[in-house]
Every structure is written in C-alpha cells, then in structure tokens.
Design a binder for this molecule. Structure first.
Ligand SMILES: *Cc1c(COP(=O)(O)O)cnc(C)c1O
Length: 472
C-alpha cells in the first residue's frame, strides 16, 4: 500500500510557485519581501510532506496558502502588543505596571505629536529646564524643597549614591539589602555607583547604635531601603525614619531613603496599609527620598528624587544625569497624573488607584456581568461561574496584602485549560488569566468594563482556534 500511495500524494503536492498564486499570497507578495513569503510557503509544504508520510490527507490549495499567510502575519505583526490583564495583579511588572489614565494619555499625545516647551521658559522665551515641569506639583503634594525626575527608580538610587557617596561609604542595615525584580540589588547598585557598602545590624534586627558605631571619616551617607517586596515579621527591629534622620543631623550626614513605591495619598480608608507615605518620610526629616513613577503612584515609568535643595543641585550638576534623563513623553504623563492628585475627588481617574481600591460589591457585580457575556458567547461548550479570591498589588508593592476580589471561572468541556491559555495569549489583544487546576480564572479587578466586549471576542476566537487544533 501505502508506500506507493504516499509517494503519489507527495508527487501531487503543489510546487511553491503554484501556492504563491493563491490568495491572499499575491497581496502579501506585493507588500513584503518576496523571500519572506516564499520561505513561509516552503515551510508549510515541508510540514505537509511530513503529514502525508504519516498518512494524512491532501489539503486544499487555499488551506496551504492560508497557513503560509498566517505564518507571514505572525512574523510581521508587532512584538510589543496590547494585553488584557485578567490576572488581578494590578502593577504587573511583566505586563507594563501601571496603565495610564485618559488625562495622561492626552498629555502624551499632545506633546508627542508636535513640539513642546520641554526646555524653554515660555514666560521669558529663554532656555528652561526639563526638570522644572513637575517641581511645583511635587512640592505641593509632598512638601519637598526640590525634585528631580529620571528614567526609573533604579536610576534615581544610582544617581543619588554616585553624587553623594562615590569613593566613600554608605551605611545600610543588613535587613534592608533587598533585591527587587531580579536585576535591582542594593549591594550591586551601590557598587555601580562607586560607593562602598557598610552593612550594619543583623538580618532581623538593627538598632540606631549599629549605625552610629559604623560612622567614621569615610562615611558619606546613611541609607534606608523600604523592603517593598517582602515583610520582616516576628522578632524584628528596623530603625524608624525619624530616628535615623536625627542621627544624620547630629553627624552632618545626608540620610537617603529608597521608598520603592512612593505612595502620595493615604490608602488606609480602603484597607490598604503598610506602605510608607512620601510626605511622612520627608516630614520625619529624611534628606532625600526616591521612588518609582509606575508603582503605587500610577504614572509612567520614572524615578522621582525629592529632598533638600543643596543635594538636588549637586545631582543636577552630575554628568551621569545626562545618561539617566527622563524623556518628554514620560514628563507629560507624569505631570498629568500628578495634577489629578491635586484634586482628591479625581483620584479614581488614576487607573492603578481605581483598581486597587475597587470594593467587593463592585467587583462581584462586574464579574457577574462578564460571566453572563461569556456564557452567552460560549454556549454549551463552557461552564462559567463566579468565584471569590484575592488580587495583589504587584510590582513589589504591598507584599502580604491580599485584596478580596471576584473572578470569572471558565471550564471548557473538551479543551485543556493550558491549550486555551496558550490560544488566549496569541490573540489580538492577548488575554492573560490565571490557570487553576482545569479552569481559567479571570480576575475582573484589572479588567475595566470597557474591555469586556473585546475580551469576549478574544475568548471566542481563542476557543475556535483551540477547538480546530484539537479536532486535527
Ligand atoms: C521597585 C523598587 C526599585 C526599582 O524601581 P524601578 O522603578 O523599577 O527601577 C528600587 N528600590 C525599591 C525599594 C523598589 O521597591
């Protein structure tokens, strides 16, 4: 049998040129380099040969052309794509942390589309400074004397240490030598800045006298680091900001605090506690604080440095600043986000804050609406329900704080949940949920209602692709 039949089928397989004439390939040939389309057809035919050898049937020409077109499409589509985040992790670092609100987006568009007053003082027509655009806002919101914005918080810490402590020593508690997100480690940033780390205390306990005993002629600063992504619990002690600031004052040394998240407003009315407020640190007498723009602040990726004028002036003169400088799009988004903070009634317009503070009733009602839409869209094929669980702040903020939430649970009768999750990731936009046992969980905390229609459409398309691949 078969041997002869297979050979016959292989002979009947169309040539590359013939497939190239089948729509939609002629259109693709007109748009993309010929070699790219030809290569896709070759690979499709190669795969088809294998299938024929394994006893598969002869496909239609249009099907072969369609597969090649899909391959070209996969190669030419954007790599950085939109994602619907149904994980419930609000500041998901791998998914881009804080989404921007309408005001910030409009500011970015306006500044990006044309020219801007980035480095011009429009009152006098003379040269201005890019760093002044947010100074007044930051002062109003935190009481800080002076400010500087750089590319991210890692850059902020690097610039502060490089300016104030290069070639000298910085005293840090052993309980605060943290690693954030794999690539930011206090000891390594310290080394990169040219400062020498002097560790004091123990992993769980550090006292004021530990810092004091380490102070010597080479000491340039005292550093406090917020242990943003883990909690020290039990038999522990860290020196409060107020005490460390007092010690710095007595010895005439600047005290620096890396706050990580940079909370500007008290979220405890929403049950969110344990994250230090920027104004509290400055109020306690800390000389320089640094934090991220895209964590709890809910703005763009940025590193914000606040503190005493004389230290900030020194940082502005540091040549390293040129390599860490913030761009105009970031400044536009940051300024627009900070302006919302001036009006407490508008804080819900900062998407990250809105998501973090969403209450259980709201989330349950939203989950019920999404469940109803998915039930209607998927019909008999799916079992859809609403379950409760917990979301997380993410982005190395609020560790151990579980936010009660509601999720839509989807179980498909004839498709493995991993296959569904893979197909959802391939969609446009991609949808990322949580896989738990044989179900997919969609946490509505991070999915605004306005995205439901799109999410349902992506779900239907992913289901269809998964069913097609399961069906052979
Ligand atoms: C997140 C974090 C950083 C790094 O901030 P990026 O803005 O991601 O560079 C540094 N220090 C602490 C304590 C953090 O939590």
């Amino acid at each position: 049998m078969p041997e002869e039949q297979v050979r016959e089928k292989l002979r009947r397989l169309p040539a590359v040129d013939r497939v190239l004439r089948v729509p939609p390939l002629p259109d693709l040939l007109a748009r993309y380099p010929r070699e790219m389309v030809v290569e896709a057809v070759r690979r499709v035919l190669e795969r088809q040969r294998d299938l024929l050898r394994q006893g598969g049937g002869m496909p239609a020409l249009v099907a072969l052309a369609g597969q090649a077109a899909e391959m070209v499409e996969a190669k030419t589509r954007a790599s950085l794509r939109r994602v619907i985040n149904a994980t419930g992790v609000v500041l998901h670092t791998n998914l881009g942390r804080a989404p921007l609100g309408t005001e910030a987006l409009e500011a970015v568009t306006a500044v990006a589309r044309g020219y801007s007053s980035l480095e011009m003082d429009l009152a006098t027509g003379t040269r201005g400074e890019r760093y002044t655009h947010v100074t007044r806002l930051l002062h109003a919101l935190t009481g800080a004397e002076a400010s500087l914005v750089v590319n991210n918080n890692a850059a902020a810490v690097l610039l502060v240490l490089h300016t104030l402590a290069r070639g000298r020593e910085v005293v840090v508690s052993r309980g605060q030598l943290v690693e954030i997100g794999g690539s930011f480690r206090i000891p390594e940033v310290m080394a990169a800045s040219g400062a020498t780390l002097v560790e004091v205390g123990t992993t769980n306990k550090t006292y004021l006298r530990d810092y004091e005993q380490a102070i010597g002629p080479q000491t340039a600063a005292l550093l406090r680091v917020h242990t943003s992504n883990y909690r020290l619990v039990g038999f522990t002690r860290q020196v409060p900001a107020l005490e460390l600031a007092g010690l710095g004052q007595r010895y005439g040394l600047p005290v620096i605090e890396d706050l990580g998240s940079g909370l500007l407003v008290d979220l405890s009315p929403f049950g969110i506690r344990g994250e230090p407020l920027v104004s509290d640190s400055l109020g306690a007498g800390i000389d320089i604080v640094t934090f991220s723009g895209d964590k709890l602040l809910g703005g763009p990726q940025a590193g914000i440095i606040l503190g005493r004028q004389k230290y900030l002036e020194a940082m502005k003169k540091n040549h390293l600043l040129r390599a860490l400088r913030v761009d105009k799009l970031t400044l536009a988004a940051l300024e627009a986000t900070l302006r919302l903070y001036l009006e407490p009634g508008r804080l819900a317009e900062v998407p990250a804050l809105r998501m973090l503070t969403a209450g259980p009733e709201e989330l349950e009602a939203r989950a019920a609406r999404l469940a109803a839409l998915l039930t209607r869209a998927l019909g008999q094929a799916a079992r859809v329900g609403v379950v409760n669980g917990f979301s997380q702040a993410g982005g190395g903020s609020l560790p151990g704080v579980d936010l009660p939430t509601f999720m839509v649970q989807v179980h498909l009768q004839d498709i493995k949940v991993e296959v569904l999750a893979t197909q959802l990731r391939q969609g446009e936009p991609a949808v990322i949920g949580r896989v738990q046992k044989d179900s997919l969980l969609l946490d509505v905390r991070t999915v605004p209602e306005g995205d439901f229609a799109e999410l349902v459409r992506c779900f239907q398309a992913a289901y269809a692709r998964a069913a097609a691949s399961a069906g052979g």
